[in-house]
Design a protein around this ligand. Structure first.
Ligand SMILES: Nc1nc2c(ncn2[C@@H]2O[C@H](COP(=O)(O)OP(=O)(O)OP(=O)(O)O)[C@@H](O)[C@H]2O)c(=O)[nH]1
Length: 447
């Protein structure tokens, strides 16, 4: 079963390498059909903390304002033994053993796409983490939903983030991890609001309640966690992440997980729920759910992949042989195509291929028929000849040829045949253009 998630991870990586991250594309998109888990929530709701707890590592950029400005596709791969490491898809073959360097690379790569502005981009960053302490899982971290633009951000940022989040979670194959802080009224939760819009029955929404330790004294989240209020199809999972003070003191993630477990176990309110609370449990539930979803989608995925392959193969056949990258190779290919075109065009003219005979048709039929319709008799009548010669040359002794007169006569005849001659030229031009088009398509089709 683990192999299934690994396989889907591989397909997702291939999609990104080919520029398919689910956006409008001329080619069929596979990305949209792959199940994924998107993390959604308002700013500072605890998204990064939940992600880091599930991974058990400190690796996400932190700071004020919008830190996550590009989707982060985080693929967790469980390895049997060895030291944990991370890899980015945009830096193939570079292994990161230091997770502080991973954090820096996420920020740098975000800046590379968006500039140093606080703008956002829909192009995802792909990060894989290989560790014996993770479950196989793919999570997509999205920018936090916000209500106001801060200095340097365009006013549209609020809507832009919402649109980006929506574009991920509205896909029926997306599992929504809706993060809401317990110290705020759930009725105002951005995560719940947007996930209800795209998944009204809660069939693919997992609610995560953070900051349970920060709730006002005398209040608790038992009703929600027991499924008595704000009921979703899947039970809410409560977590206690590291506080800002813990982060500042660099409290170890594994120690934080242990402390979280102790918190629930020793709490009079939540003690009975300990087995289904905490980040470790959350990771396992998500992994299991992802497996089930992938299993149910396999037949659909298989047929989509086969259909996509045959469509792309047809497209490849239509595009023809690959073209060389170097200048010499390109020149050779161009010459080869030109030569093939020249040969085919010639064959059309010589009658080896059809179409060229129409040119003879113009000379043999259209032009003579047009000429026949002209009234040459009138032009060459004795009276007209006499008139033209007299007007041009005056009376001349018979020994001298009336050259000017002949010229006028010939010129007026030429003007008369201009119409049919031009019609013949147009017709031949049209035939030649048609033959060029035909020769081009035959050149492209020839192996
Ligand atoms: N005490 C306590 N603090 C928490 C908990 N979860 C998150 N925090 C703190 O809340 C602050 C915000 O948490 P983040 O994980 O950065 O929240 P985020 O949603 O990723 O925030 P943005 O990336 O800014 O949208 C940090 O100072 C965390 O330490 C929790 O369960 N308990």
């Amino acid at each position: 079963m683990d192999n299934l998630i690994t396989l889907v991870n591989k397909i997702q990586r291939a999609c990104t390498a080919l520029g398919d991250h689910g956006e409008e594309s001329a080619l069929p998109t596979l990305w949209d059909s792959l199940p994924s888990i998107a993390v959604v929530g308002g700013q500072s709701s605890g998204k990064s903390s939940v992600l880091e707890s599930v991974v058990g590592k400190d690796f996400l950029p932190r700071g004020s304002g919008i830190v996550t400005r590009r989707p982060l596709v985080l693929q967790l791969h469980k390895i049997q033994e060895g030291k944990e490491y991370a890899e980015f898809m945009h830096l193939p073959r570079k292994r990161f053993n230091d997770f502080a360097a991973v954090r820096k690379e996420i920020s740098d790569e975000t800046d590379r796409e968006t500039g140093r502005s606080k703008a956002i981009s829909t192009v995802p960053i792909h990060l894989s983490i290989f560790s014996p302490n993770v479950v196989n899982l793919t999570l997509i971290d999205l920018p936090g939903l916000t209500k106001v633009a801060v200095d340097g951000q365009p006013e549209s940022i609020v809507q832009d983030i919402e649109n980006m989040v929506r574009s991920y979670i509205e896909k029926p194959n997306c599992i929504i991890l809706a993060i809401s802080p317990a110290n705020q009224d759930l009725a105002t939760s951005d995560a719940i609001k947007i996930s209800r819009e795209v998944d009204p029955r809660g069939d693919r929404t997992f609610g995560v309640l953070t900051k349970i330790d920060l709730m006002d004294k005398g209040t608790d989240a038992v009703d929600i966690l027991e499924g008595k209020s704000y009921k979703l199809r899947y039970p809410w999972i409560g977590v206690v992440n590291r506080s800002q003070a813990d982060i500042n003191k660099s409290v170890d993630m594994i120690a934080a997980r242990r402390r979280e477990h102790e918190y629930f176990k020793n709490s009079p309110e939540y003690g009975h729920l300990t087995d289904r609370m905490g980040s470790e449990y959350l990771g396992k539930v998500l992994s299991k759910h992802l497996e089930t979803v992938i299993k149910s989608r396999i037949p659909g995925l298989q047929s989509l992949i086969s259909k996509t392959i045959s469509e792309l193969e047809a497209e490849l056949t239509r595009l023809g042989k690959p073209i060389a990258n170097d200048a010499g190779g390109k020149l050779y290919t161009t010459m080869e195509i030109s030569r093939a075109f020249d040969q085919i065009f010639k064959e059309h003219l010589d009658g080896v291929r059809p179409g060229g005979d129409k040119i003879y048709g113009v000379f043999d039929n259209q032009l003579p028929a047009g000429l026949k319709r002209l009234q040459f008799d009138k032009h060459l009548s004795m009276d007209n000849v006499r008139k033209l010669i007299t007007e041009a040359d005056g009376y001349q002794p018979h020994l001298i040829a009336p050259e000017q007169g002949y010229r006028r006569l010939i010129e007026s005849c030429l003007v008369t045949i201009r119409g049919p001659a031009e019609a013949a030229v147009d017709a031949i031009h049209g035939i030649l253009k048609e033959l060029v088009q035909k020769s081009i398509s035959e050149t492209v089709a020839s192996p």
